[in-house]
Design a protein around this ligand. Structure first.
Ligand code: FAD
Length: 389
């Protein structure tokens, strides 16, 4: 049995590893090279009851700890970045529905997202509103028993496949973030709803990312998620989980690059104590292993805090998002260098981890934004005379 952090369910991880070995890893290079949506892997994870593992089992989830989810996502990411992003987006859609949906909304969508019979997206970002989502310009105007929504969302993961989109719009721009409201937009046959072509991207090429345009889209008022103005607090709660996802990905990308480098070095006899000319490489691998081990401990400990504390650990989640996603880029860049020209070879797979890792520093709140949140926390602690840590 794999050795795991105490709050991680080893049986769940064993099941995840089986899907990785059977489908995710064998398809990873093709998914990246051909920018193929990893539908097969997502279907297999769902068949194994791992579709959206943080959801309650009564709704088709696996009811796992946050640490189990993060460990699973790190392993999926180590094998295939595209699959990990598509997979986590299902959770990012199910989570706000579960948090704030009516019983009917939850019953309708969460089991489908868990079973993989529906694909979900979450749409916050707009061409002019990324980090500062309070400035969003998608308008939801109440009209009798309906809302009429117009605006544009961009960089929406899974958006071209989505059956349902948790969409954030303003009901009143004058109210700034207090006007932000969430809606469950069912895409099938929705008039005025247009999906852009999947963007060509640096990494995670199989995870489609699109623009969604809404031109006077009429949806029933019953599609609102919570009350008018409840969207911003919901958004803050949602990003706390999606930042855990990004952190797990960063750890996974670092591990994927490290594992590929160890295999490469071992095949060349560079790891034995007799290979003294390769001592620099061996020392560097030892250092990277230490970095990965400490990042995993940090991630797992923050996950345990998320599950056990009454208050959301906002600064801790930002710190781990920042730390692990930067680790993904740093470790994979080092591995590219260690391999010399083979670092640039697609068949070795290290360059893919570097491309996949870089983007995780941007989404779910850029690492600069995480620094802003942590700095705010330090200031608050200092003013209150608490230790700023
Ligand atoms: C692959 C990918 C998938 C994505 N998937 C989704 C999705 O599914 N749904 C969704 O809604 N969005 C998604 N996004 C969008 C993502 O969340 C945004 O890109 C991110 O929030 C940053 O917004 P922005 O790109 O508009 O950058 P901007 O906000 O324009 O920022 C530009 C630069 O300025 C810096 N900056 C901005 N404000 C500050 C500040 N106050 N202090 C210091 N620095 C600052 C930023 O750190 C950044 O370096 C995705 C993005 C990518 C790349």
């Amino acid at each position: 049995m794999t050795r795991v952090w105490p709050s991680v369910d080893a049986l769940v991880i064993k099941a995840v590893d089986a899907v990785i070995d059977h489908t995710i890893r064998p398809l990873a290079t093709t998914v990246d090279e051909d920018a193929t949506f990893p539908a097969e892997a997502i279907a297999e994870l769902a068949r194994e009851g791992l579709g959206v593992m943080l959801m309650p089992s009564a709704l088709g989830g696996a009811d796992t700890s946050t640490a189990t989810y993060a460990e699973a996502l790190a392993r999926i990411s180590a094998a295939c970045g595209s699959t990990s992003t598509v997979y986590m987006t299902q959770m990012h859609c199910a989570h706000p529905i579960h948090l704030q949906g009516s019983p009917e909304q939850v019953e309708k969508w969460v089991p489908r997202l868990c079973s993989g019979t529906a694909v979900g997206s979450i749409a916050l970002t707009e061409p002019g509103a990324g980090s500062d989502v309070g400035t969003m310009r998608t308008l939801a105007r109440r009209d009798g028993d309906d809302y009429v929504i117009s605006g544009e969302k961009t960089f929406i993961s899974n958006g071209d496949r989505a059956d349902v989109v948790v969409l954030f719009a303003s009901v009143d721009f004058a109210k700034d973030k207090h006007g932000v409201t969430a809606f469950l937009v069912e895409t099938e046959g929705l008039e005025g709803f247009t999906v852009g072509r999947p963007m060509k991207k640096l990494g995670q090429t199989g995870a489609s990312t699109v623009t969604l345009a809404l031109q006077d889209c009429r949806i029933p008022a019953s599609s609102r998620l919570g009350a008018e103005g409840d969207g911003y607090p919901l958004l803050l709660q949602s990003v706390l989980r999606s930042r855990i996802s990004a952190a797990a990905q960063g750890l996974g990308f670092a591990e994927g690059a490290y594992d590929a480098t160890v295999t490469w070095a071992s095949e060349r006899g560079l790891l034995s104590s007799r290979a003294s000319a390769a001592q620099d490489l061996q020392f560097e691998l030892s250092r990277l292993r230490g970095e990965i081990t400490s990042a995993r401990a940090m991630l797992m400990s923050v996950c345990d805090t998320v599950d056990s504390s009454d208050e959301e650990p906002v600064a801790e989640v930002s710190l781990v998002k920042m730390h692990c996603t930067a680790l993904g880029t740093r470790v994979s860049a080092t591995c590219v260098e260690l391999l010399g020209m083979d670092g640039d070879k697609v068949s070795v797979g290290v360059e893919r981890r570097l491309r996949d890792a870089k983007i995780a520093e941007i989404y779910d709140g850029t690492n600069q934004i995480q620094s802003v949140l942590v700095a705010r926390d330090i200031n608050g602690a200092a003013k209150a005379g608490r230790p700023a840590r």
